[in-house]
Design a protein around this ligand. Structure first.
Ligand SMILES: Nc1ncnc2c1ncn2[C@@H]1O[C@H](COP(=O)(O)OS(=O)(=O)O)[C@@H](OP(=O)(O)O)[C@H]1O
Ligand SMILES: Nc1ncnc2c1ncn2[C@@H]1O[C@H](COP(=O)(O)OP(=O)(O)O)[C@@H](O)[C@H]1O
Length: 207
């Protein structure tokens, strides 16, 4: 699927009221927290935890979850490489809009290809794209297998499953890495703390 615009004679419309005014209203800075990792690595769990924490502090966030988006906006897409690329591109564009609205947008998708994630990063001012890598071993994800999909993939009933017979390219320079500590996975609260602390230290929770 082409990412080039097919439309001609289109013009960008600006409005006097912009992102700075919205950020001031919300007393926060719009950004995208992009969580990437294998199925079962804890992306959705991590996405929900800081959102609750931020909410209780009066900060507005919104979660874009890959599974959920595939029920609507991306329901026409499968898991072929070009479909995954389009899935990430569309989600990146939506995340960019949420960030422009002044929200802390938490996107949680496998997003297995480095180039696609970098494309999303390039859509935003660099510091406003916070890539979080759920660096959990495949063995742990497979042992969790909450949806039974790894089992189906191992049995050859799902083809092209990430980590089994489809690639996952880990980030080379992410802002946050969540990994096991001495063989233990950090609790959702600890993982969320890592993200919220980062946002706080970088000044996203005030304007
Ligand atoms: N072939 C294959 N590979 C990987 N995942 C698969 C596949 N088929 C279905 N699923 C389910 O789809 C969820 C991943 O959707 P995403 O939109 O995040 O995927 S991607 O970013 O486009 O790769 C993923 O959800 P999570 O487990 O939450 O990651 C799976 O439940
Ligand atoms: N930090 C954690 N500690 C223990 N179990 C976890 C943790 N994070 C996620 N889980 C569990 O692992 C499974 C997969 O988590 P999920 O967030 O659905 O992953 P993903 O969105 O990457 O597929 C779920 O059953 C979830 O409860």
């Amino acid at each position: 699927m082409s990412t080039l615009s097919n439309a001609t004679n289109i013009f960008w419309q600006d409005c006097q009221l912009g992102k700075p005014e919205r950020q001031k209203l919300l007393n926060q800075k719009g950004c995208v927290v992009w969580i990437t990792g294998l199925s079962g690595s804890g992306k959705s769990t991590l996405a929900c935890s800081p959102s609750s924490e931020l909410h209780s502090r009066g900060k507005l966030s919104y979660i874009l979850d890959g599974d959920n988006l595939r029920h609507g906006l991306n329901k026409d897409l499968g898991f072929k490489p070009e479909d995954r690329t389009e899935n990430i591109r569309r989600t990146g564009e939506v995340a960019k809009l949420f960030a422009d609205a002044g929200l802390i947008c938490v996107a949680s998708l496998i997003s297995p290809y480095r180039r696609d994630r970098d494309t999303c990063r390039a859509m935003l001012p660099d510091a406003n794209f916070i890539e979080v890598y759920m660096n959990m071993p495949l063995s742990l994800c497979e042992a969790r297998d909450p949806k039974g999909l790894y089992k189906l993939a191992r049995a050859g009933k799902i083809k092209g499953f990430t980590g089994i017979d489809d690639p996952y390219e880990p980030p080379l320079n992410c802002e946050i890495e969540i990994k096991e500590d001495d063989g233990d996975c950090p609790t959702p609260k600890v993982m969320a703390g890592q993200v919220v602390t980062y946002l706080e230290e970088k000044g996203f929770l005030e304007c």
